[in-house]
Design a protein around this ligand. Structure first.
Ligand code: URP
Ligand code: ZN
Ligand code: ZN
Length: 477
C-alpha cells in the first residue's frame, strides 16, 4: 500500500493501550498501523509518544460580552496556540446575539473561522432564550446540520435559565438525542453575596471567590442532576471546580445516572490566593467557578483518577489584562463583579495534565481518554477524532515525554498578554502535530497552515441516549 506519509518508530498510546508501531497515512486518514511501513515522506518518531491529537471541547473564541468585552483570540491565533499544545480539534461556542436568530448566529460564527483555522473545529450553541420557536424549529434544524450540543447557564444575568426553562431544554435534548452542557452555580446566592460584599467595601479581585463559594456550586449541581434525573436524560456539567460539587456528581454516578463532568487546568493549578495578589493583578485569575483553596486541588486530582471526570478541557476564555476590551473593560481598578470572567489555557491544557502523567498522578491511558477519546464520544466525533485507529483522521500529536519546560507567556502562541500558569515547570510537551495528515506544528514551531481547519458536523452521540423511561408518566416528556 502507498502512503502520503509514515510516522515511523513511535510508541502509540490510546485510551486502551500502549504499543510500538508505524502509522501509514493517506488522504488525511490513518490507513495502516503495522511494524515497518515506508513512504517517500517519513516522520521520525523514535523516542516519542504518538497520541491522538487532543480535543479541547470547551473554548471561547471571538466571543463578545454584553459589557463591551471580547475574548482575545480569533480562529487563527486560537487554533495555532491549540495545535502547539497538542490539540487538533477545538469546540467553541456560538452565542446568539441580540436581534439574530440562532441560525444566523451559528452561520455567522462559523464564517469567522473561514480561511483562519489551522485545525478542525466543531461548534456548540449557547441557549439563553429557549422559546417554542427555538426549541421547536431552529434547534432541530441546527442539530441536523451537526450542532448537536448546547450549553445552558444557571447563572449570569444575561444568560441564566430558571428551572422551568432548564426542564424545557433537557426535555428537548432527550427528544432529539443532543447533549446538554450545564454551567452550575446558584445565581441568587451569587447576587446576594455580591451585594453584601459590595456593601462591606470588599470589591478587590480576591472577593470574587467569596461571592461564589463551594456550596453555591454544589446546590446548582445537585439541582441540575435532579432535573436531569427527573427526565432521565444524560447531561454534562462543565468546569466543575470544587470538592462539594464533585461529591454530588460522584453520588449521582453511583446511582447509575448518566451524569458526565468536565474539569479544567485552573482547578488543578490555580487557587484563591492567585486572586489575592497585590493590586488588580488578581483579575488575571478571575474565572467562574473560581479557583478554590489549595487543598481542593487534591480533590480534583482524585476525581480525575477515580473516573468522576470524563473530560478535561481548557475553558479557554482569554481576556487580555491591559486592554479596554479585556480584564480592564470597566477600568484598571474595577470591582470584581465587573471583571470579565475567564482565563486563557488552550495551549497549556495538555502539557499541564501530561505533567500529571510524568508525576504518576494519572495514567497515560487516562490522559488520552480525558483529553481526546472521551470528548469525541460525548460530542459525536467518535470514529473520526480522538483515537489512533485505522479509518480515523490522522490527527496526531507526537510528544517528547522527557521534555522539561517552564511555562512562559513569551513562548506561547495565543493572543493574550499573560498566562496564569507563568513559571510552572512541566515535563512532557508535543514536538510535532498533524491535522488530517498535514504537519501543523514541526519541532514545536507552528507551520503556515492557516485555513486548513474544517468545520466538523457532530453526530448525535450515543452518550446522550437516555438509559430508561424515567420516572414520569409515559408521553409526558
Ligand atoms: O469564567 C469563565 N469560565 N468564563 C467563561 C464562560 C463560562 O462560563 O464558561
Ligand atoms: Zn460556564
Ligand atoms: Zn466556558
Amino acid at each position: 500500500m502507498e502512503f502520503d506519509l509514515v510516522v515511523r518508530g513511535g510508541t502509540i498510546a490510546t485510551a486502551a493501550d500502549t504499543y510500538r508501531a508505524d502509522i501509514g497515512i493517506r488522504g488525511g486518514r490513518i490507513v495502516a498501523i503495522a511494524d515497518t511501513l515506508t513512504a517517500p515522506r517519513m516522520i521520525d518518531a523514535d523516542g516519542l509518544l504518538v497520541l491522538p491529537g487532543g480535543i479541547d471541547s470547551h473554548v471561547h473564541i471571538e466571543q463578545p460580552g454584553t459589557d463591551g468585552s471580547m475574548t482575545a483570540d480569533d480562529f487563527e491565533s486560537g487554533t495555532r496556540a491549540a495545535a502547539c499544545g497538542g490539540t487538533t480539534t477545538i469546540m467553541p461556542f456560538a452565542l446568539q446575539t441580540a436581534g439574530q436568530s440562532l441560525r444566523e448566529s451559528a452561520d455567522a460564527y462559523r464564517r469567522r473561522a473561514d480561511g483562519k483555522a489551522l485545525i478542525d473545529f466543531a461548534i456548540h450553541l449557547i441557549i439563553a432564550d429557549p422559546t417554542a420557536q427555538i426549541l421547536g424549529q431552529d434547534l432541530p434544524a441546527l442539530i441536523r446540520d451537526g450542532y448537536t450540543s448546547f450549553k445552558v447557564y444557571m447563572t449570569y444575568d444575561d444568560l441564566k435559565l430558571d428551572d422551568r426553562q432548564m426542564l424545557d431544554v433537557l426535555a428537548f435534548a432527550r427528544r432529539e438525542g443532543a447533549m446538554t452542557m450545564i454551567h452550575a452555580e446558584n445565581a441568587d446566592c451569587i447576587s446576594w453575596l455580591t451585594a453584601r460584599l459590595a456593601a462591606a467595601g470588599k470589591s478587590a479581585p480576591r472577593f470574587h471567590c467569596a461571592s461564589r463559594p463551594g456550596p453555591v456550586e454544589r446546590e446548582a449541581t445537585h439541582r441540575a442532576v435532579s432535573l436531569a434525573e427527573l427526565l432521565d436524560v444524560p447531561m454534562l456539567l462543565v468546569h466543575v471546580s470544587g470538592r462539594e460539587a464533585v461529591d454530588e456528581i460522584r453520588r449521582a454516578q453511583a446511582r447509575g445516572l448518566r451524569v458526565y463532568a468536565e474539569t479544567c487546568p485552573q482547578y488543578l493549578f490555580l487557587a484563591e490566593d492567585d486572586l489575592a495578589v497585590a493590586g488588580f493583578r488578581g483579575a488575571m485569575a478571575v474565572c467562574s467557578p473560581p479557583p478554590r483553596e489549595r487543598g481542593n486541588q487534591t480533590a480534583i486530582w482524585d476525581a480525575l483518577t477515580t473516573g468522576v471526570f470524563q473530560v478535561f478541557s481548557s475553558d479557554h476564555s482569554p481576556y487580555r489584562y491591559e486592554d479596554s476590551r479585556g480584564k480592564m473593560v470597566a477600568g484598571p481598578n474595577a470591582p470584581f463583579w465587573k471583571i470579565p470572567n475567564g482565563v486563557p489555557g488552550i495551549e497549556t491544557r495538555m502539557p499541564l495534565l501530561f505533567d500529571g502523567v510524568s508525576k504518576g498522578r494519572i495514567t497515560l491511558q487516562q490522559f488520552v481518554a480525558l483529553t481526546a477519546t472521551n470528548p469525541a464520544r460525548i460530542y459525536g466525533l467518535s470514529g473520526r477524532k480522538g483515537t489512533v485507529a485505522i479509518g480515523a483522521d490522522a490527527d496526531l500529536a507526537l510528544w517528547d515525554p522527557g521534555r522539561e519546560r517552564v511555562i512562559r507567556n513569551a513562548d506561547l502562541h495565543h493572543d493574550v498578554d499573560y498566562t496564569p500558569y507563568e513559571g510552572i515547570a512541566v515535563k512532557g510537551w508535543p514536538v510535532h502535530v498533524l491535522s488530517r495528515g498535514e504537519i501543523v506544528v514541526r519541532d514545536g514551531q507552528p507551520q503556515d497552515r492557516k485555513g486548513h481547519g474544517r468545520f466538523l458536523r457532530c453526530d448525535l452521540p450515543e452518550a446522550a441516549r437516555p438509559l430508561g423511561a424515567g420516572s414520569l408518566p409515559a408521553g409526558l416528556v
